[in-house]
Write a protein that binds this ligand. Structure first.
Ligand SMILES: [Zn+2]
Length: 478
């Protein structure tokens, strides 16, 4: 039997101690490394986010066209908030020429100044999408005696008859002038040809003799528009509003295939509508791509002075959650882009609703919201909405609008008096006007003293504000 000396014993003890240290060292290194790599792995796993190729702001020039210098001053703010496209609805503000010269409003933009504005926008990376009405909402054309005979219903100037050669020549000429003007600045990737709210369709004898449904007439007209655009500019994609196709039954949608066309599905309500799901199913089969249109102004009443910030926020939130669920998680639809519409009046003859300078807070709130969703910060649970608004919207809004103190919760009351952005004084005054108006209308039971005070306040503000606001920001004809 081997004899164990004390020296050998101490070697064994030292060996065990060293090995123990080694094991602890390796284990600790492994744990730290695992933790590090785990964190790294976690960090590399990006949160699902809404993906939008385009975030577009709609400039509706009907009725209260802004000065181009003012529009140009908004470009850096829009770019900072993620906008990369402008949908410009010219109506009578485009510098039409020749027989179309009469369509120009008295305050229409001059070619040179419009060219300069568009060049500035393009150089900042904005995609310019001109909008030309070619079917409905053609009051600014059909109101003239020279074009009145092209109306679908002679008593109504809104819709053009698609079945005459004269109508087609008129529309071709409008599209050609707009395309050529824009292509002299930059290649035109998209043109929007309207086709919404065609209130009078398939009414005249000529159209009825074609023995077609409303949708068939519309589709034929859209195909003619696509052909017209492609002859002039083969690489330009045509956009149309969706509402005239909402009546198509899901089982019939495969009969209407419009290639090289992208549809803009608009809904400005605060709550999702069940039809939206059906429409998306149909449009996914009928069109190359789908766009979504929200509204940051002009959707809360024909004579409204300021946008309803609550409604506008929920409208965007609803759509973004929809895009997140259907586009990001379920991969059911590829949504090309979002268009934040900003309506200036409901039609050519309607009174003005919210003007653009009064709607800057609404625009910025909703652009911030979109930026959050496209960076992966989303509201998955509506119980978290208050925290989300507080943390991600209001702080950013305060810094964007140069508010000195944290503004009151905007969904209830946006406090512009503490803010110092260019249009903040206008907002504050219009808010007074709006409140006075509400009191004046609502408080019919008020005492005589109260009534006269409200009336005095209302009349005073009404006299001063809109005129000065329009002169400061809008292209007013003198
Ligand atoms: Zn007709």
């Amino acid at each position: 039997m081997p004899f164990r000396t004390p020296k050998l014993k101490s070697v064994r003890v030292r060996f065990i101690i060293i090995m123990s240290f080694l094991v602890v060292y390796v284990l600790a290194t492994y744990i730290i490394a695992e933790k590090y790599f785990f964190i790294k792995r976690k960090g590399n796993t990006s949160a699902p986010k809404v993906e939008l190729e385009y975030v577009v702001v709609h400039l509706d020039l009907k009725g209260a066209p802004p000065k181009l210098s003012y529009l140009q001053s908004l470009l850096p703010m829009m770019k900072k908030h993620g906008v990369n496209g402008l949908l410009i609805e010219y109506e009578d503000m485009f510098p039409y020429e020749g027989t179309l010269g009469m369509l120009r409003g008295l305050n229409s933009y001059k070619k040179k100044e419009l060219h300069a504005y568009l060049t500035a926008a393009v150089s900042l990376g904005f995609e310019i999408i001109p909008l030309v009405q070619t079917f409905g909402h053609m009051e600014f054309v059909l109101k003239y005696q020279e074009f009145g005979f092209l109306r679908e219903a002679l008593k109504f100037p809104d819709s053009i008859c698609p079945s005459t050669l004269e109508s087609q020549h008129l529309v071709e000429d409008m599209i050609a002038q707009v395309i050529l003007f824009h292509e002299a600045i930059a290649p035109l990737k998209y043109i929007h040809v309207g086709c919404n709210e065609v209130y009078h369709i398939n009414k005249c004898d000529l159209c009825r003799r074609r023995n077609a449904t409303d949708e068939e007439l519309l589709t034929e007209h859209v195909k003619f528009l696509i052909e017209t655009v492609h002859i002039l500019s083969p690489d330009t994609t045509v956009l149309i509003w969706d509402d005239m196709y909402r009546g198509v039954k899901p089982m019939d949608c495969s009969n209407i295939i419009l290639t090289e066309t992208e549809v803009v599905h608009w809904d400005y309500t605060a709550k999702p509508h069940v039809d939206v799901h059906i429409n998306m199913y149909k449009y996914g089969r009928m069109f190359d791509n789908i766009w979504i249109a929200t509204a940051f102004k002009g959707a809360d009443g024909r004579e409204r002075i300021l946008p309803d910030l609550n409604m506008r926020f929920y409208n965007h939130l609803h759509w973004l959650n929809f895009i997140f669920d259907y586009g990001t998680l379920k991969k059911l639809f590829k949504i090309k882009g979002i268009i934040l519409t900003g309506w200036s009046r409901y039609d050519h003859y309607a009174p003005l609703c919210e003007i653009l300078p009064a709607s800057i807070p609404s625009l910025i709130i909703n652009l911030i919201l979109i930026q959050k969703y496209t960076s992966g910060i989303v509201v998955k649970n509506m119980n978290d909405l208050d925290v989300f608004i507080d943390k991600h919207i209001e702080n950013n809004l305060d810094s964007s609008l140069l508010c000195q103190k944290h503004s009151e919760r905007f969904l209830n009351k946006f406090d512009s008096e503490t803010c110092h952005y260019e249009e903040s004084d206008l907002y504050t005054t219009l808010q007074l006007l709006s409140n006075a108006y509400k009191y004046f209308v609502i408080k019919k039971n008020a005492s005589n003293d109260e009534k006269s005070r409200i009336e005095y306040e209302y009349e005073n503000i009404k006299r001063i504000v809109p005129i000065s606001a329009l002169k400061e920001f809008n292209n007013v004809h003198n």
